[in-house]
Design a protein around this ligand. Structure first.
Ligand code: SAH
Length: 341
């Protein structure tokens, strides 16, 4: 059966029209799904019984079950959701002074193989649909009775490897008749799929683009991120410059510092050389050690020195606050869990 949450408003209108209904019905349904956040068609009381029955026959609502919920000492919550086909995904809710942020997964598993990431080493199973991406937000809002203001595509998966569904999910999130989360409050993080960065620049969606850079030489970046063999640093930076020129939007570069690997002065100098003059911001992340991983965190002192060097040389850099590390919910710690786990 089709998932009703996979459709953006325009598509839902077409669906309704093809069922012989008036397009405004789609707006009513959208409101029930994303504003009232109902969990069944029966609750859509301004829709005729007959149409409700037809909807039930043709569509699911894809309400995720919570398999596990862990609360961190800092208030961060990690959910393990049953995506209703025997698979499970993780989603993280974080609380900041400016509101609630959610870190969503875009795929079940990941193909990228980054050496420092916990999502590596588990099989890639499939892309999430638009509705399954949107449902992560709905399920958390319903469970915690709150409104999420920011969405980051930094959970499991490579969002630009599931391009169409991610873009459609953003259209659903953006819609003012729905969840009404502005694109400026949405970040897409990518390991660097160059052709998709060019494509995203043409979308006219003012979301934030984050690039997982992590190294400034091809040798080092390839040793950490196999995707660099396909799209080396020069090509990645060229695509980023094109993105900035077309969108006039600041890019955020993610740089996870690993002790004695990419955290010395030479690396900081390399970063200044690479990014000088670009409309960008560097997010420094203390790398999180994963099971059997060979990378360990740089010391706080070292990270601050690295940041200061960048700031002193014209590159705006901040250190990302770590949230949820005690429940394996910090950057790069999410894994696809089996249902029986
Ligand atoms: N595939 C996308 C999004 C998922 S990863 C991407 O690569 O950007 C989200 C962010 O967490 C990325 O910047 C990623 O490089 C970073 N990350 C992954 N593993 C990490 C770890 N062990 N410690 C710190 N950051 C990590």
């Amino acid at each position: 059966m089709k998932n009703i949450k996979d459709y953006n408003l325009e598509e839902l209108k077409e669906e309704l029209v093809s069922m012989g209904e008036k397009p405004f019905r789609a707006e009513q349904i959208f409101k029930w799904l994303y504003q009232e956040k109902v969990k069944s068609f029966d609750e859509m009381t301004n829709i005729s019984l007959e149409l409700r029955e037809k909807l039930k026959e043709n569509y699911t609502m894809c309400n995720f079950n919570i398999l596990k919920k862990q609360v961190s000492r800092d208030g961060t919550i990690k959910y393990l959701f049953d995506v209703l086909d025997g698979n499970a995904i993780e989603t993280v809710l974080m609380s900041y002074h400016h509101g609630y942020s959610i870190c969503v997964s875009s795929q079940i598993g990941c193909k990228m193989g980054c050496k420092f990431c916990a999502s590596t080493g588990i099989n890639f199973i499939r892309n999430l649909t638009s509705g399954e991406i949107v449902e992560q937000i709905l399920a958390v809002e319903q469970d915690e009775k709150l409104r999420i203001s920011n969405v980051v595509f930094m959970g499991i998966g490579e969002p630009l490897d599931n391009y169409d569904n991610v873009i459609n999910a953003i259209h659903i999130l953006n819609n003012q008749k729905g969840l009404s989360i502005g694109a400026r409050h949405i970040s897409i993080s990518t390991s660097g799929l160059v052709p998709k960065i060019y494509k995203l620049a043409e979308e006219n969606i003012p979301c934030t683009l984050s690039i997982s850079l992590h190294a400034t030489t091809n040798e080092k970046r390839s040793s950490m991120m196999p995707v660099n063999d396909a799209y080396p640093i020069e090509e990645l930076i060229k695509a980023c410059k094109d993105y900035i020129a077309k969108t006039n939007r600041r890019i955020s570069f993610e740089y996870a510092l690993a002790k004695d690997n990419n955290d010395n002065l030479e690396d900081a100098k390399g970063l200044v050389k690479l990014l000088k003059g670009m409309l960008c911001h560097v997010n420094l992340i203390p790398i999180n050690k994963i099971e059997n991983g060979s990378y360990t965190k740089s010391s706080n002192e070292h990270i601050m020195k690295f940041r200061d060097y960048l700031n002193d040389h014209g590159i705006v850099a901040t250190i990302r606050r770590e949230l949820g590390s005690d429940i394996d919910a910090a950057c790069g710690q999410l894994r696809r869990k089996n249902l029986e786990q």
